[in-house]
Design a protein around this ligand. Structure first.
Ligand code: BGC
Length: 678
């Protein structure tokens, strides 16, 4: 029978050890755990409703509150509580600017605090295995290194405000088709080299306080009851001290209460299904899980409750704020650095404010809001500067806006995908890789009327073969948040020099893409086979010699950067020694601008297959015209290693390694080599 304990007064509560912030956190966790009755422990393990756990008033345990999502705080589905709409994950990743991810983390955590919650259900960091995944826009990149750096900064930013980050969705949730049931069949090497690194770093480098398990199965077992993934890898190997929460409703498909409990799932959301107290009690009675396991799972949640200050006086916690001009300016900065100039023939961009007299503005995305539908990515900003508003404001009184392309000096078409069913949206994958036919017709007929046509594309990658040769300039806008229109007009008229780089390869056609080799590799039926293994994104295009439409890391600027003077601190390294590689970058053009210097390594001769090149470093630097800067990178054994499945370990083989330094994965400007002598 459950013990019924009497309520404590506020003064009595304050005297309890777990309330004493001078004590060590583990001591406080144990003290609080020991005060809980079995029934109270059970009640903490599932949600009360959508965003909240059940409170335990007797001990002053408030409801632990959490909200979506990856680019803005969403408290309700009606928009009664508004919040800043930051650019979506793929746009933020395209900045290749870790500092902006950190600042974004701080700002969104301030918004979470302001609405009285304790955890943000973000960042979403699943690898972009295919542009067709409905959530590719919400995730960051196809590359594990870039993913890792941005994830660590985002999590650190969020948690610096004593708000828990909930890094999701662990793991191989790379498609929305059959998302509740599909089984991702993936090799251990691909897990280690591609899918794990950002999650591992979130834990080991940023101490993420929560991880959300995925809906799908991984190699035959559902994410929320995957003892190997959760208990062994996440907790025992990586040292995760926070708690695992199920994706919303994910436990409905799980085998049993005990399988979840033994795997290490602490919190079942949104409400009880497998963690019904009477079922938990029976399972415990029958020794289907031990009290030790139960306590370990509970302690994880209690620990995070203490970390976020659930028991502390609110006034002593980092201050919250929402919809501030600082947050809106940050949204704008991310948009400015995240938009990617894909093509700019004859330097048609930037437009000259003095010389341009008439401009035509067209396209279905010119005046569309982009924040609505979208599951975890839905959010309700107080306003959204759509391209029309941003451009009109900029042209006001200076450039005439005309209707017909034939009358205009330049035409801008804003087209692309939306957050809506069949396009970029949670719960469903994209239906088509190409733009809607009406948009293709609009583009081709407009260019015929006016060859000075600039195309701006929202959403994730689309095929372009019908029109790319005819259109002189293309900007990838993604979903660039509530300040998108201002950022875009800044880029069009040259107040902002574009510096975004693609975090994902744009294939010429879908069948070139590694996940689209056959039905079984995507979307699968009950199983989706990751037959491409480690050859995700540019690793596939480079190694197989397939020409992409636009390569990973590509993005143009209004200025030119000259790379010179590559130097290696050593020509040979051994053991755990590291090597410093430096070079000079000169802004040899006319505009101030930022460049993302990318470093790839190439194992010249390996006993196993390895990708042609792998990103192992990048630096974003800002330079004035004629300014030169030295950029340096450190490389060590870890950067040279691959995962050996037989030895179940990371191995750096002796031999020669090439270092490729470039402005994109296919625009390598400098090259050198060194030897790892083991
Ligand atoms: C999504 C999660 C989200 C949760 C709560 C799920 O459907 O997959 O990313 O955090 O809902 O809204």
């Amino acid at each position: 029978m459950f013990v019924v304990s009497e309520e404590k007064s506020k003064d009595e509560l304050l005297k309890l050890a777990f309330m004493n912030s001078n004590l060590d956190i583990e001591e406080r966790v144990v003290d609080l755990l020991n005060r809980l009755t079995l029934h109270e422990k059970f009640s903490l393990m599932s949600g009360k409703r959508w965003w909240y756990t059940k409170p335990i008033e007797r001990l002053g345990i408030k409801s632990f509150a959490m909200h979506d999502g990856p680019h803005g705080v969403r408290v309700d589905n009606k928009g009664e509580i508004q919040s800043t709409y930051f650019p979506s994950g793929i746009c933020r990743a395209a900045t290749w600017n870790p500092e902006l991810s950190h600042k974004f983390g701080v700002a969104i955590a301030e918004e979470i605090r302001e609405v009285g919650a304790h955890m943000l259900l973000a960042p979403g960091i699943n690898i972009q295995r295919t542009p067709m995944c409905g959530r590719t826009f919400e995730y960051q990149t196809e590359d594990p290194f870039l993913n890792k750096i941005l994830t660590v900064e985002t999590v650190k930013g969020i948690q610096s405000q004593r708000i828990a980050a909930c890094v999701k969705h662990f793991i191989c949730n790379n498609q929305e088709t059959n998302r509740f049931t599909v089984n991702s069949e993936v090799s251990e090497r691909a897990l280690q080299e591609i899918y794990y690194p950002a999650f591992k770093a979130a834990i080991q480098e940023a101490d993420a306080w929560s991880i959300m398990s995925c809906y799908n199965k991984v190699n035959g077992t559902y994410g929320s009851e995957h003892e190997h993934l959760l208990r062994e890898v996440l907790m025992n190997e990586w040292g995760f001290r926070g708690f695992v929460v199920s994706d919303w409703g994910a436990t409905r498909t799980s085998t049993s209460t005990e399988s979840l409990m033994n795997a290490g799932l602490t919190l079942e959301m949104p409400t009880e299904n497998k963690y019904v107290p009477s079922i938990l009690e029976k399972a415990l009675d029958k020794n289907k899980f031990t009290e030790e396991i139960l306590n370990d799972n509970i302690k994880r949640l209690l620990r995070v409750m203490l970390l976020v200050g659930l028991f502390d006086d609110y006034s002593t916690l980092p201050k919250g704020s929402r919809n501030t001009s600082d947050h809106q300016n940050l949204a704008r900065r991310i948009a400015e650095e995240g938009m990617v100039l894909l093509k700019n023939e004859k330097n048609i961009l930037p437009l000259n404010m003095e010389k341009t007299k008439k401009i035509a503005l067209l396209g279905p995305m010119l005046n569309k809001r982009t924040y609505l539908e979208g599951g975890s990515s839905t959010n309700f900003p107080p306003y959204e500067i759509k391209p029309l508003e941003g451009l009109t404001e900029k042209c006001n009184g200076k450039i005439e806006i005309v209707d017909s392309p034939s009358e205009a000096d330049v035409t801008l078409i804003i087209a692309g995908l939306r957050h809506k069913r069949g396009m970029d949206v949670e719960g469903e994958d994209r239906k088509a890789f190409k733009l809607p036919t009406s948009q293709i017709e609009l583009i081709t007929s407009t260019v015929e009327e006016n060859p000075n046509t600039i195309l701006i594309l929202t959403g994730t990658p689309v095929s372009m073969h019908e029109w790319i040769e005819k259109v002189p300039a293309v900007i990838q806008l993604w979903y660039a948040g509530m300040e998108a229109g201002h950022a875009l007009s800044g880029i069009i008229f040259g107040d902002i020099n574009p510096s975004g780089k693609l975090p994902i390869t744009f294939p010429k056609k879908l069948s070139d893409s590694p996940a689209h080799v056959s039905e079984r590799t995507y979307p699968g039926d009950q199983n989706v086979f990751y037959d491409e293994g480690i050859y995700v994104g540019y690793r596939h295009f480079d190694t197989k010699g397939i020409e992409p439409l636009f390569p990973f890391g590509h993005g143009l600027s209004y200025t030119n950067f000259t790379y010179e003077n590559l130097k290696f601190s050593n020509k040979k390294i051994s053991g755990d020694e590291s090597l410093t590689i430096s070079l000079n970058v000169l802004n040899s053009g006319d505009y101030e601008g930022a460049e993302v210097v990318q470093l790839y390594i190439q194992d010249v001769k390996s006993s196993v297959e390895r990708p042609l090149k792998e990103l192992k470093g990048f630096k974003k630097i800002n330079l004035k015209p004629n300014e030169k800067s030295t950029v340096s990178f450190d490389l060590s054994k870890d950067d040279l290693s691959y995962y050996n499945e037989n030895l179940q370990n990371w191995i750096a083989e002796k031999g020669e390694f090439n270092v490729l330094i470039g402005s994109s994965s296919r625009d390598i400007r400098l090259q050198g080599n060194f030897e790892y002598i083991g």
